[in-house]
Design a protein around this ligand. Sequence first.
Ligand code: SF4
Length: 310
Amino acid sequence: MPAQQKPTVRRKNSILSLSKDESPQLRSALLAWHRRNALRAPWRETGDPYHVLVAAVMAQQTQMSRVLLKFDEFISAFPTIERLAGARTARVLRVWEGMGYNLRALRLHRAAKLIVRMGGFPRTATELEQIEGIGPFTAAIISSFAFREPAAAVDTNVRRVIARLSGDVDVTLTDRDVQPAADVLISRRAPARWNQAIMDLGGRVCVSRSPKCDVCPIARWCRSRAAFDKSPRKVAERRASYKPQPKFEGSRRYHRGRIVQALRELPEGRSLSPQQLGNKLGIDNIAELLDVLERDGLIRRLPIGRVRLP
Ligand code: SF4
């Protein structure tokens, strides 16, 4: 790491009370488990910061199986960050088709432009977090996977593992609450593998509804284990029914997605009038939705009033 770049330093552990000996033992047990159970993904093999950035943005609110399908297509279309930065927004949105949450494609595109203008990727999570569109999780996995910085990535899976390790059975702790413990636990020698291991454990063993404590490599140090042994389903389902999701179909986000999709399906450079779009999609009050989409940068209004992808 170049001398002028400061590594990311965060607060000390406050929710786990592992002894001096226990932390390395837990680390070894999880890394050993991961050697046998690692989820294989192209961006994990290459450690290329651009690949990691694309995968991290895709993985937000999207299942890994869909990310794995779209990732290769996206990288074939934009093999380098320079190619992505230089692409037209409409093309990026077209290649993004099927992933949903189109704003993520815009954020990824903007981040790519900024990184290219900066002359390349910064190497620490602290610096990466300064880039619009890159949050703490994405910054930590880029700096750890690509530059070996011991920056702990906290996503839903990691939060669940650490919360339960601390005895928070129902996972009421926030990302901020668990970050200091994550920072203490991370392996300094193998930060990328550690981040992958704890994410994979949360995705496959310490799952939300029925954690598989009997095969968990770190059960020995877990303060929630006893609660799941006593009443596995009752305890786990309390959390699962915690927040009902609002209905997606018919929502404003649903209709905004349909508008972008309709414009995506037009031949390149073609446009539609708001009325044509409204009739095609059966949306009465389309003007308000178009205003929001234009503000977000997902559509462009032409001087003649017609709309198309930007
Ligand atoms: S013992 Fe059970 S609750 Fe604790 S970390 Fe492992 S799977 Fe999660």
